[in-house]
Write a protein that binds this ligand. Sequence first.
Ligand code: ADP
Ligand code: MG
Ligand code: MG
Length: 251
Amino acid sequence: MLEIRNLHARIAEDGTEIIRGLNLTVKKGEVAAIMGPNGSGKSTLSYVLAGREDYEVTEGDILYNGHSILEMDPAERAAAGIFLAFQYPMEIPGVATMEFLKVAINAQRKARDEEPLKIPELLKRVKEAAGSLNMDMAMLKRPLNVGFSGGEKKRAEILQMKLLEPKLCVLDETDSGLDIDALKIVADGVNALRSPDRAIVVITHYQRLLEYIVPDSVHVLYRGQVIKSGDKSLAVELEENGYAGIIEEAA
Ligand code: ADP
Ligand code: MG
Ligand code: MG
């Protein structure tokens, strides 16, 4: 479903290369975890996958269902079923969360040649999804992410993901800023989305989240490259021994 081949990407503004020859394959139905020390390029990878303009791909390719997405803008990628939950979700002043959800859902439906959702059906779906994440409906009247706590922002991201039903989900440090109860709720939300026709990429610094979202594969990112891949036992090994051993081994 996702194949990243020898990807090189740099910051557009100053040309600094952050992703330096990254290879990664994620199959349909797979839950892949990307781990790595701070500054290794995890968030940059998520921005590049989203198609943010501040980053330039200089070499390599990103294939989604066998087709390159490099020429697609962020809206086209979203319409194609790619969903990114960012480490630092954007605040959108002046747009109520509910309104944002309506626009996002209907844009997605339009891309699939479906009619916009009728308001009662929309409300029903949002209510159900928010309830399953223990989110207060009152929050949905507030502008998206503005003044939300860290945990509320993460839940709002998962809420969007549940409602948009993407095919490829990438979650960047969805666990950061969550207490253990919120972490379990978010993990349940992600686990509920596991499906044979969907791939989920979980980016995390810590192994803790992976006790609740058990990955099929684990990949270690360091200096913009995947330096080691393995199964879930790799995450446990990292938790016990840290990254130093694996970095040395790769060097
Ligand atoms: P991680 O998510 O693994 O902690 P990041 O992708 O956030 O890593 O950052 C990787 C490196 O790229 C860091 O050294 C960071 O400072 C740098 N970096 C990323 N984006 C920018 C940017 N827009 N401007 C300057 N430096 C950046
Ligand atoms: Mg970081
Ligand atoms: Mg990051």
